[in-house]
Design a protein around this ligand. Structure first.
Ligand code: 9D3
Length: 241
């Protein structure tokens, strides 16, 4: 898979992307990460990438020319891959979007900065817009790294064999049950008896119930979307014997 990132701060990507599982995928040739500084494509001699907003207002706006020129120079005049603008106004990035992007051989991420990006980038260059959540960051670079991490770990051969991405579709709708490892007693705190019982059916039932309780408690929005069995519903309604 080829991932193209258009950014004013390509150096921000080096550390995190080299150290992580993404770095291993890049080293193993499963992924090529192409970092492009769109300042290099600014037409004027000072390589200007931003300007004051028409109509006034605070902050600076990323100019359209350098981004259009960079994307067209790298991907051709009529790109056919997804071109994703990271922006606070984008659709919330979720697991389903990561799974969709993992199917493409190539995609591009555009990182804005400053007070925002000229609207013509959104309208005529980007094919979609994503946000990673409702908090204000200084730019699209960390969001781009989040998207890359979420997509790359889904590619065949990236995860270790013990980690399963098949379960992720579940994890995306129900929160995980509590996890424990040795020792069974730590500072007086016991591991739940059922996990030591060796009764796989009882363990599976307990985990499912814990996931349901935890999701109802912390993320009722996810529970509303989850596919629940009759047994799940009975348990949540307190009708379980
Ligand atoms: C003045 C209005 N601001 C919007 C809340 C303008 C603005 C703030 C911060 C425009 C861009 C940014 C930089 N952030 C991103 O580019 C960004 C982002 C984010 O801040 N939060 C969550 N997801 C994303 S994706 C890109």
């Amino acid at each position: 898979m080829d991932i193209h990132v258009f950014t004013l701060f390509p150096e921000m990507f080096r550390g995190p992307m080299d150290e992580s599982m993404v770095g291993r995928a890049v080293a193993g040739r499963l992924v090529s990460l192409h970092l492009h500084n769109f300042r290099d494509y600014a037409p004027d001699k000072h390589h200007t990438v931003d300007d004051t907003p028409y109509g006034g207002g605070p902050g600076m706006v990323v100019k359209p020319e350098p981004l259009f020129s960079a994307v067209e120079a790298v991907l051709g005049p009529v790109p056919s891959c997804p071109i994703i603008l990271l922006t606070p106004q984008g659709r919330p990035f979720r697991q389903a979007a990561a799974q969709r992007l993992a199917q493409f051989p190539t995609f591009a991420l555009l990182c804005g900065h400053y007070g925002g990006v000229d609207e013509r980038v959104r309208e005529h260059l980007a094919t979609e817009e994503l946000s990673i959540g409702d908090y204000v960051l200084t730019g699209g670079e960390l969001p781009a790294m989040v998207v890359i991490d979420a997509v790359v770990r889904l590619l065949p051969g990236v995860l270790g064999s013990q980690e399963s991405t098949a379960e992720d579709s579940h994890a995306a709708v129900l929160l995980q049950a509590p996890l424990y490892t040795r020792p069974p007693l730590f500072r007086g705190w016991q591991v739940p008896e059922v996990l030591l019982s060796g009764d796989h059916q009882a363990i599976a039932r307990w985990r499912r119930q814990q996931a349901l309780l935890r999701t109802r408690e912390r993320r009722p929005d996810l529970l509303a979307e989850a596919e629940l069995s009759e047994e799940d519903r009975r348990f949540l309604q307190g009708l379980e014997p």
